[in-house]
Design a protein around this ligand. Sequence first.
Ligand SMILES: C[S@@+](CC[C@H](N)C(=O)[O-])C[C@H]1O[C@@H](n2cnc3c(N)ncnc32)[C@H](O)[C@@H]1O
Length: 219
Amino acid sequence: MQHDFDEAYWEQHWQAHPARGPGSMRTNPPNPYLAREVEDLRPGTALDAGCGAGAEARWLAEHGWQVTAADISAEALAGAAERAAASGADRVEWIQADLGVWEPEARFDLVTTHYAHPAMPQLEFYDRIAGWVAPGGTLLIVGHLHGHDGHGQDGHGHGHDHEHGPPAEASVTAAAVAGRLEATDWEVVTAEEAQRGLPAPGGREVTLYDVVVRATRRR
Ligand SMILES: C[S@@+](CC[C@H](N)C(=O)[O-])C[C@H]1O[C@@H](n2cnc3c(N)ncnc32)[C@H](O)[C@@H]1O
């Protein structure tokens, strides 16, 4: 199915999404690649771009980061802020923004995104958020792997209907993402394609096919 991944689409998505239960995006645990890639970094300022239900933003706050968590969906942010308040994660500023046009006031020590796919072309979105990393800072992109968009991910709860995985235009390869990062400006630390299981509604487990790219900005 074709979608415009605009504010109306995401708002409707979050309003329709179940509040809890296995596979609910609202209660999924933090993305495991975040802890793996970030836990050895010295905490500073962080942007979670397309934070959704906020699990990654909360994890960052709980690990000492001063977090800006941005999403286009007011519905997603309301739930995320509520859960953060309940868990005492108070180092998060939740902002509603279309990251296709938003500009930060300052650059961040860490910019991360997990499966955000806006209306703009995916790789151009990654270019855009990469520009918000401060010198010496880190970019961490976790995205959907291209070529696994039809089967195997159905029901994974990352914003797609249950018969189809993420659409082709929202998926990438590790080489394509890393290839956007000029060697003069970036040291690519991680560029991998991986798969993992995630609990899904009905007691099932689905397989997520992911791209994980971490890079450090040289200047
Ligand atoms: C598939 S969900 C992933 C949410 C969360 N990061 C996670 O891993 O569970 C994609 C998120 O990106 C947000 N998003 C999409 N387009 C956006 C845009 N232009 N600006 C900000 N957020 C956007 C959506 O509202 C949604 O919460």
